[in-house]
Design a protein around this ligand. Structure first.
Ligand code: SF4
Length: 212
């Protein structure tokens, strides 16, 4: 990653922050809720995740002990709005097993060092890098930037087409601040992608204009 790419990332971060301000993103009541949401959000819109989480909460099923003992068919029914609900219900069961049986509960996980926790999360079937990093950043409040398809798309439009690891390193250089700044900028990138990229508003795009 060249120095100019890092500079470009800094410029993009400041433009996007100017638009979206200082709001925090991914509000949840607990780390467990973030972990459940990180599975549910795979390949669907956030609105659907919100609906599924409310339905789980309504039936007191938004926790791993409850998910572990619940009837899989009932979980499937509750999370149906997020799509791939059978696969996601299986993944939630596996995650519950991982938290409760392999690690003895959330508290033990929250005491683990970040690189070990990441490695452990990645060992769970259905938890890829993006899901693991979202859990680390928003569930365990670790200093971690999430590189997802929105981030890659936006940076590709700015002429930065590095792989995930390179982008992560460039972010670290451009944004050496606190973990909350990293959480916020990822949230802003997602919002920007929804507001501009998904609506084909490329003519108004500040990122494209930055590169011209
Ligand atoms: S709005 Fe269009 S040009 Fe701008 S980042 Fe999104 S896809 Fe790229």
């Amino acid at each position: 990653m060249s120095e100019s790419s890092s500079d470009k990332i800094s410029e993009i971060i400041s433009e996007i922050s100017r638009i979206y301000g200082a709001d925090e993103w991914w509000e949840a009541d607990s780390a467990e809720e973030v972990m459940i949401g990180a599975i549910l959000t795979q390949q669907t819109r956030w609105e659907n995740v919100r609906t599924a989480i409310s339905r789980l909460k309504m039936h007191d099923l938004c926790s791993f002990p409850k998910i572990r003992s619940a009837d899989p068919a009932f979980i499937e029914e509750l999370i149906r709005p997020t799509g791939y609900y059978r696969q996601k219900a299986r993944r939630l069961k596996l995650l519950a097993e991982f938290v409760l049986e392999r690690h003895g509960g959330m508290e033990n996980l929250s005491n683990m060092e970040t690189h070990l926790l990441r490695r452990e999360l990645l060992s769970v079937n259905g938890v890829g890098e993006e899901t693991a990093d979202s859990i680390l950043a928003y569930g365990f409040m670790r200093d971690c930037i999430v590189i997802d398809r929105y981030t890659k798309r936006i940076f590709a439009c700015a002429g930065i087409t590095s792989d995930g690891d390179e982008l992560r390193r460039a972010f670290e250089e451009a944004l050496p601040g606190t973990s909350s700044a990293k959480r916020r900028i990822h949230g802003h990138l997602v919002e920007y992608a929804k507001d501009f990229c998904n609506k084909s508003r490329c003519e108004e795009c500040v990122i494209r204009n930055l590169c011209e």
